[in-house]
Design a binder for this molecule. Structure first.
Ligand code: PMT
Length: 396
């Protein structure tokens, strides 16, 4: 679990205010302390009781309430992050000009915390020269602007100006606080599970969704790394800012990894790779009518990509392997990890237990990181994103 942050969510008066509720909920569920500052106009779109129930804190609106506690500056001073969602054209104009005629304006002026805004308005308002100027002023001051996206607006019309989706806003806002300690590092990450074709319609595969590898790729990119992701049959979407090469089989993965590794400072093999593939692939669908009661498939060994990387590694290149083991006993699990890092020759090994409902395709993970000597250098449990950050901390 990351450290809880004090996040001020400013809600302003636009129809997209209803989506602010989802943003607040997601921040609260991630463990953060959320304080909503809503404008009067915002409360015409979404009720104070809703914002209070979801944020689990009192919602502040009035500049002249809490005067004895100097609330108009205290909220901003205590904030680690200010996120304004939605940010209307009017609020953007006021922020750009330092206007503080309401509690939100005072809160922003009184804060040293990073400010993130998610604009929402009609296309004409977004494209208006005044708004464009105000946005460039805010960006020049270091404010992070998320979106807006293109899509359906309030009515039947559509165009640019639609507020970005809540998950995207939350991820981008939290990314602002990530350290940029991997700036310029070239990191190659594999994710997902390889598939070995039996015939044109069937394959031998595994249950990897790609969540852990994609979480590593996103976290590394947000920390400044130049990320190349090689995805084997990913079941999760990847931010458009990350370069992804899609592969299917282990042989395709091997070709892609060996080519990309030549440029990489770090290679992280989070993909679940098939150790064997069918010796031959049938040209047409295998039919039970021609096979009878039993079907035997001959498998041949696939190359060990990680061990191959270790054989051809460049000076200073860091190799990170994963180990997916079903062993229940903690000491025996560790022994398997220690034996694996020696066999594979990587610098680090991320050991995770997998099972019917563990490791694969889940949102959380529990890992032990071993170094080349087999010593434990880190243990972490939590969301795959938080585990990814802890792994990257080790590499940093
Ligand atoms: O994708 P998710 O649903 O989020 O699940 C995440 C995960 C459980 C798949 C991931 O955390 C994980 O453990 N990935 C490694 C899975 C695996 O293949 O483990 P392994 O113990 O079989 O292989 C050890 C290492 O060698 C791995 O780094 C693997 O990528 C690599 N390998 C394996 C076989 C092979 N022929 N070549 C390889 O390079």
């Amino acid at each position: 679990m990351p450290e809880p942050l004090n996040i001020v969510v400013g809600v302003t008066g636009g129809i997209a205010a209803y989506k602010a509720v989802a943003v607040i909920r997601s921040l609260v569920l991630a463990g953060h302390d959320v304080h909503v500052v809503a404008t009067d106009a915002a409360l015409r779109f979404v009720g104070k009781p809703t914002l209070e129930a979801i944020s689990r804190n009192t919602v502040n609106t009035d500049l002249y309430e809490g005067v004895a506690e100097v609330r108009h500056v205290a909220i901003g001073q205590a904030a680690d992050l200010i996120l304004i969602v939605p940010a209307t054209a009017n609020t953007i104009a006021k922020l750009a000009n330092g206007i503080a005629d309401d509690l939100l304006g005072n809160t922003v002026l009184a804060s040293k915390a990073p400010v993130v805004i998610a604009p929402a308005m009609h296309t004409e308002m977004w494209q208006n020269a005044a708004t464009a100027h105000n946005i460039s002023v805010l960006e020049g001051r270091g404010v992070t602007v998320i979106g807006p996206a293109s899509g359906q607006l309030t009515g039947a019309d559509s165009g640019q100006g639609r507020m970005s989706e809540p998950e995207e806003i939350v991820a981008a806002a939290l990314a602002v606080l990530r350290p940029k300690d991997l700036t310029g590092r070239r990191i190659l990450i594999t994710a997902g599970g390889t598939r070995e074709a039996l015939d044109p319609v069937r394959f031998i595969g595994n249950r990897s969704s790609g969540k852990q590898g994609v979480a590593l790729a996103c976290a590394a990119a947000e920390r400044g790394a130049i990320v190349t992701l090689i995805g084997a049959n990913l079941e999760v979407s990847v931010s458009a800012t990350i370069r992804v090469e899609h592969v299917v089989s282990t042989l395709e993965l091997a070709d892609a990894v060996f080519a990309a590794a030549e440029e990489a400072d770090v290679v992280i093999m989070a993909a679940a790779v098939s150790d064997y593939r069918p010796e031959s692939v049938a040209e047409s669908k295998i039919k039970k009518e021609t096979q009878g009661e039993r079907l035997t498939i001959e498998l041949v060994k696939n190359p060990d990509i990680l061990a191959g990387l270790a054989d051809r590694r460049r000076d200073g290149q860091i190799l990170v392997g994963f180990a997916a083991e079903t062993e229940r006993d903690a000491d025996a699990l560790l022994a398997l990890g220690r034996a694996k890092i020696v066999r594979k020759g990587s610098d680090f090994l991320v050991l995770n237990r997998v099972g019917w409902s563990e490791g694969f395709a889940t949102d959380g993970n529990s890992v032990i990181v071993l170094d080349g000597a087999g010593d434990i250098v880190m243990e972490a449990s939590g969301s795959k994103t938080s585990v990814a950050d802890r792994i990257l901390d080790v590499l940093v």
